[in-house]
Design a protein around this ligand. Structure first.
Ligand code: C5P
Length: 224
């Protein structure tokens, strides 16, 4: 492809929903399909970026030419991201990371018992990967997050932009029809610390990816 501000940039994209094991046959996950992350990876690749796609389980085929790293749990994802971030320019965290995981993951299948109609599963918070990566950020490295909100979209999203020290945040209101998890379409607001919010129209995820990557590309050019 012709030269773009992203040509040769080393980009990590994470995608899919992480899985937290309960026992050998059960896990906790979420509704993420991975479509938005895969669309971003494809878009980055088409603009000449060197893309590593770190993917939690999905039903999707990775774009050709992209390096695929497969992960399952949040812990796996955290390790893969932290390692890859050392030699990358841009991190796009499109993965839907489990916020909680079972305190105890057991080796044997949990059995129903005749004398107990209730089972309590104790959960503990997972580490915030983006927050941890922010501490490793060198000048010139960019981190980009996604936020799925069901209320107070702009307030919550702006708070995430600041607390995770992001260069750009893609926020979507997942309570609206056609927006966010699992579907083929999305509608997002792109937030940046030094830029007015940009609200896209409802469109297919590849079109949304183009608009997000356009903003990232313009940032790279401004800061280049
Ligand atoms: O705080 P919240 O989960 O809404 O933030 C979403 C953003 O943070 C996404 O980009 C997601 O990939 C990332 N995240 C993370 N580590 C977590 C939870 C979310 O990096 N434990």
């Amino acid at each position: 492809p012709h030269n773009t501000p992203l040509t040769g940039k080393r980009v990590i994209v994470t995608a899919g929903g992480t899985r937290e094991r309960i026992d050998p046959v059960r896990f906790i996950t979420n509704d993420s399909s991975g479509k938005m992350g895969y669309a971003i990876a494809r878009e980055m690749q088409s603009r000449g970026a060197v893309v590593t796609l770190i993917s939690a389980p999905t039903k999707l085929t990775p774009p050709t030419g992209v390096k695929l790293v497969s992960v399952r749990s949040t812990e796996d994802l955290a390790k893969a991201v932290t390692t890859a971030f050392k030699t990358s320019d841009i991190l796009v965290m499109a993965a839907a990371v489990a916020d909680f995981k079972p305190v105890n993951s057991v080796d044997q299948k949990i059995k129903k018992s005749a004398d107990n109609d209730h089972l309590t599963l104790e959960l503990t918070k997972t580490p915030d990967i983006l927050k941890d990566v922010a501490k490793l950020k060198r000048p010139g490295q960019m981190t980009i997050g996604f936020a799925a909100e069901t209320q107070n979209l702009l307030d919550n999203a702006n708070q995430k932009l600041t607390s995770k020290q992001l260069d750009l945040l893609v926020a979507n209101d997942v309570s609206k029809p056609g927006v966010g998890f699992n579907g083929d379409t999305n509608q997002v607001t792109i937030l940046q610390p030094d830029h007015a919010p940009i609200k896209t129209a409802l469109a297919d995820k590849q079109t949304i990816a183009q608009q997000v990557v356009d903003q990232i590309s313009q940032r790279v050019q401004r800061e280049g």
